[in-house]
Design a protein. Structure first.
Lengths: 275, 194
């Protein structure tokens, strides 16, 4: 290490500050810096520069990161890979104990689903025998990514991304419908990505095409809410909350009707493609 | 069928099942390990990818891809040491590949500094906020003027990677890492002198 009347280079000072010097060299550097005001001042400048950079760098980027990561999607994709390799057809089938739990959960979910569905039919005013389409709040509470209103409204392509097959299958499993005819359902986003909804299992549910309150009727509501949000008439978080808590109720509120409008139902016929 | 033949048959039938169950238990353990690492590193990886100039949806996809690669890596029994560096290296490579593809398809991708400009808080505030905004503007200007490699060094160091890890991720020597960081911080220090 240099004599007292020499100074450490910027690289040496930084290595010292960062704890990257070997032990012996670090001791010598510490001794030098303690006795050298110029090197101490330079160390302080480096510390301040690090502070200034980190503030600018992290503050800005953190605002863009979605708060909750799609952990469920990762799990589903890993499970899919394992079952593809082992030749099994489901994640639950891989472990007997897990299969038992899954079977028990399926029964419980099926019962729960029937109860919820009956209650929702009653609440939505559907005619007897008409299926309605509201998600189970415990399975699909809705999930969002952290986006500003400007970012949501700047996006021109509001067509929903196709839900990956593995995730679709997982949604059916979660709802206790592993053998459901997938063509009869749209695995739909509860909070549409066009309103900041996340591609997360907690934001997806199987919505039957056959119901009166089906995915296409919901698409009309999503378009209306987005218009309101982007024109500044409705807060983005309020729109997300309304669609997540009771989208049928929100439709009735914003279209001033108790039943899906004829033109929305007509536009929906045959349109099985997820928007 | 003789009793010993029955026993042999049962063993033959049970062996694949037992092997399957063992594989499943192993895979489940690895899944849990990967999910724990996902929870720990998703944010730092996300910040780094965003800083590289990738949009949020691409960032999320690359993070998923990175952890699926980790899942495969661990399933093959490959080493678990230096996982943080490994994750950043994979995400870095996937990020650059994705960015180059986007550039080919739709022209230049937005670079990190433009993103920093976009996410900077534009709201007016008291005097101290003004000076802090001015400081932020100067820091961004310096970072924008750095070489891409110097910027990557800064971004990775900001996520807590040590010099050895930085050298591995960016394929540089240790000396080059310290020269790069000293150069960048020296420039930032010059414009933010108090």
């Amino acid at each position: 290490m240099q004599e007292q009347n020499f100074h450490l280079s910027d690289e040496q000072l930084l290595l010292f500050l960062e704890g990257e010097l070997p032990k012996n060299a670090a001791g010598a550097a510490r001794e030098h810096v303690e006795g050298c005001w110029r090197c101490r001042a330079r160390c302080k400048e480096f510390e301040q520069a690090i502070g200034d950079f980190i503030r600018v760098h992290q503050d800005g980027l953190e605002a863009k990161l979605p708060a909750a990561g799609p952990r469920a999607l990762l799990r589903a994709q890993m499970a899919e890979r394992v079952s593809a390799e082992s030749g099994n057809h489901g994640f639950a089938a891989r472990v007997p104990l897990r299969a038992l739990w899954a079977a028990a959960a399926c029964v419980a979910l099926a019962v729960g689903w029937l109860v919820v569905r009956t209650e929702m039919e009653w609440r939505s005013g559907a005619r007897p025998g008409e299926s309605v389409s509201l998600p189970d709040a415990s399975l699909t509470p809705g999930a969002t990514v952290l986006l500003s209103r400007q970012a949501v409204c700047r996006e021109e392509n509001i067509k929903n991304k196709t839900v990956p097959v593995a995730l679709r299958r997982r949604v059916f499993q979660e709802y206790g419908m592993p053998r459901a005819e997938s063509r009869a359902y749209e695995v739909d986003y509860l909070i549409t990505p066009a309103l900041g909804g996340a591609e997360d299992i907690h934001n997806l549910w199987p919505q039957p095409y056959s119901s009166v309150w089906n995915a296409q009727v919901k698409d009309e509501l999503e378009d209306r809410l987005r218009e309101l949000v982007c024109s500044g008439s409705l807060d983005l978080s309020e729109a997300q909350r309304e669609i997540a808590s009771d989208w049928v109720g929100a439709y009735k509120k914003y279209f001033h009707t108790d039943r899906p409008l004829e033109e929305h139902r007509r536009s929906s016929s045959g349109a099985n493609e997820a928007k | 069928m003789a009793p010993d033949e029955l026993i042999r048959e049962n063993h033959a039938g049970a062996a694949p099942l037992l092997a399957n169950a063992a594989v499943s238990r192993g895979a489940l353990r690895i899944e849990e390990e990967v999910v724990a690492l996902f929870d720990e590193f998703r944010e730092p990886l996300g910040r780094y990818l965003l800083a590289l100039g990738l949009p949020v949806p691409d960032t999320e996809e690359i993070i998923q891809e990175t952890f699926l690669s980790l899942f495969e890596h661990l399933k093959k029994g490959k080493p678990r040491d230096r996982i943080r560096g490994w994750l950043f290296r994979v995400a870095h490579n996937l990020g650059l590949k994705r960015r180059n593809e986007s550039r080919r398809m739709c022209g230049a991708a937005r670079d990190a500094n433009e993103i920093e400009e976009l996410v900077a808080d534009p709201s007016p505030g008291p005097e101290e906020q003004l000076s802090s905004r001015e400081m932020g503007r100067r820091v961004r200007a310096v970072v924008r003027a750095l070489s891409e490699q110097d910027r990557r060094c800064l971004y990775l160091r900001a996520e807590g990677l040590r010099y050895r890890e930085l050298a591995d991720v960016l394929d540089m020597s240790l000396a080059a890492v310290s020269i790069s960081l000293a150069r960048s911080l020296g420039r930032i220090a010059r414009v933010t002198e108090r």
